[in-house]
Design a protein around this ligand. Structure first.
Ligand code: ADP
Length: 417
């Protein structure tokens, strides 16, 4: 089957076309046929399109909305991309969507129907920026492909639905959970789930034997304690602001800071929310950028004090979660790093793992360095000889997991991971 995977943002979307089926999943023989990004939907859009292994094509086009943008991409796929497997729309058999928030009810990937759409809409309060954007992708695809082509929603939250109440409840009046479902949901679930599946493939572990900490560090960052193959605890909360320090999000913070700033700076709650989401994290501390690569360059080449502070605070927060999750699980077999920073920056991995020998964590500098190639992160292990906790880099592949879940949902096949 050829699966179109869509990840829609409010004015952008990413797509991939992946050829896969139950046999390909079994044999790890899925093939990526095309992928791309459309930015600035709503005005003169910018498209970066890759067909197979050919060099990327860049285009601009006036694209009013997601429907026009998807239409444009599909016409490129059928005509210019010259991919033998897809010469007509009929050769795309199903569509898989990344949906950020599934709330408490949508705890698995599902075929989209009216009731699923209504439930995604119900979760808009919990993800006001993301869920409406994800719905735009679903609507655009339905308009173009018609109701005969199944669409599947894969939720960022669903992997964490196994968390017990002692992990997901906040210590605020219980009635607020009952009335408004105020709780920790967790995000990046597709990434944590994918890397834990790869860990099992590499090590031959069964799910019940999989006790690891996964750390996704991209623009957004989160950690997950995976116990017996299931999410036991995670760092993101009701929204993706909680937990680790991120590109522009603060992560953990005393909630009273908000009231304090409201009085001191006269900031409204919208402004405070904007500050926590868009002007904090690496950008907020450094005053320079949210981009880790640039911060490391500033620190190295210009000895920028605040760049160093931003990186130090970032690494310390990850250490704090590693300590917490080792305590939560009474130890772990391995720590797995993933995401743009986790896969590409040996330096950040090294700084996080430094001085943790008391916890049985010790990195091998040369092995760590060797896992970062010209073309990005490589899968592999970088623990030092004798490190009790094994250390891995596993590049994430959320699109592949979405494509595979789409196949399994459409064919009603069991999901083993
Ligand atoms: P997103 O969360 O948007 O998918 P990515 O997973 O691509 O983002 O991660 C983006 C982050 O990865 C940026 O902060 C970028 O600077 C960082 N990054 C990418 N390559 C490197 C590198 N070689 N060294 C340090 N940071 C890197």
């Amino acid at each position: 089957m050829n699966i179109l995977v869509l990840n829609s943002g409010s004015s952008s979307f990413k797509f991939q076309v992946i050829a896969t089926d139950l046999e390909a999943i079994e044999k790890n023989a899925d093939r990526e046929l095309a992928r791309g990004v459309v930015e600035r939907v709503g005005s003169e859009a910018l498209l970066t399109l890759h067909a197979g292994t050919k060099p990327p094509q860049r285009q601009t086009a006036p694209l009013r909305d997601h429907r026009q943008a998807l239409d444009h991409v599909l016409r490129w796929l059928m005509a210019e991309a010259a991919i033998p497997e897809i010469s007509s729309l009929a050769e795309i058999q199903a569509i898989g969507h990344r949906v950020v928030h599934g709330g408490e009810k949508l705890s698995r990937s599902v075929v989209v129907d009216e009731s699923v759409i209504a439930q995604i809409e119900e979760c808009i309060d919990l993800a006001p920026l993301h869920n409406p954007a994800n719905l735009k992708g679903i609507t655009a695809a339905r308009e173009i492909f018609g109701p005969g082509v199944p669409q599947v929603a894969v939720f960022d939250t669903s992997f964490h639905s196994t968390m017990p109440p002692e992990s997901f409840l906040y210590a605020i009046p219980y009635q607020l959970y009952v009335r408004h479902k105020v709780r920790r949901y967790g995000f990046h679930g597709t990434s944590h789930r994918y890397v834990s599946y790869r860990f099992r493939e590499i090590t031959g572990r069964a799910p019940e034997e999989t006790n690891i900490i996964t750390i996704h560090m991209g623009n957004g960052c989160s950690a997950c304690a995976i116990h017996k193959g299931e999410s036991l605890d995670t760092s993101m909360g009701l929204t993706p602001v909680e937990g680790l320090v991120m590109g522009t999000r603060s992560g953990d913070l005393d909630p009273s800071v908000l009231d304090f700033l409201h009085h001191k700076e006269g900031m409204s709650f919208e402004e405070l929310d904007g500050m926590l989401n868009k002007r904090s994290g690496l950008l907020g501390i450094s005053g320079l950028t949210n981009d880790m690569r640039d911060l490391l360059t500033e620190e190295r080449e210009h000895q920028d004090r605040r760049a160093r502070l931003a990186v130090d605070i970032f690494c310390l927060r990850v250490k704090r979660y590693i300590g917490a999750y080792l305590a939560r699980m009474n130890g772990a077999e391995a720590i797995v790093f993933t995401g743009g920073i986790g896969e590409n920056s040996a330096e950040i991995r090294g700084r996080i793992c430094a001085d943790l020998d008391f916890l049985g964590i010790s990195a091998d500098a040369a092995r760590n360095e060797a896992l970062t190639g010209d073309k990005g992160g490589k899968e592999g292990e970088f623990g030092a000889e004798g490190s009790r906790v094994r250390l891995f880099v596993i590049p994430t592949n959320e699109e592949l997991l979405i494509a595979r879940d789409t196949v399994r949902c459409v064919l009603d096949a069991p999901r083993r991971w």
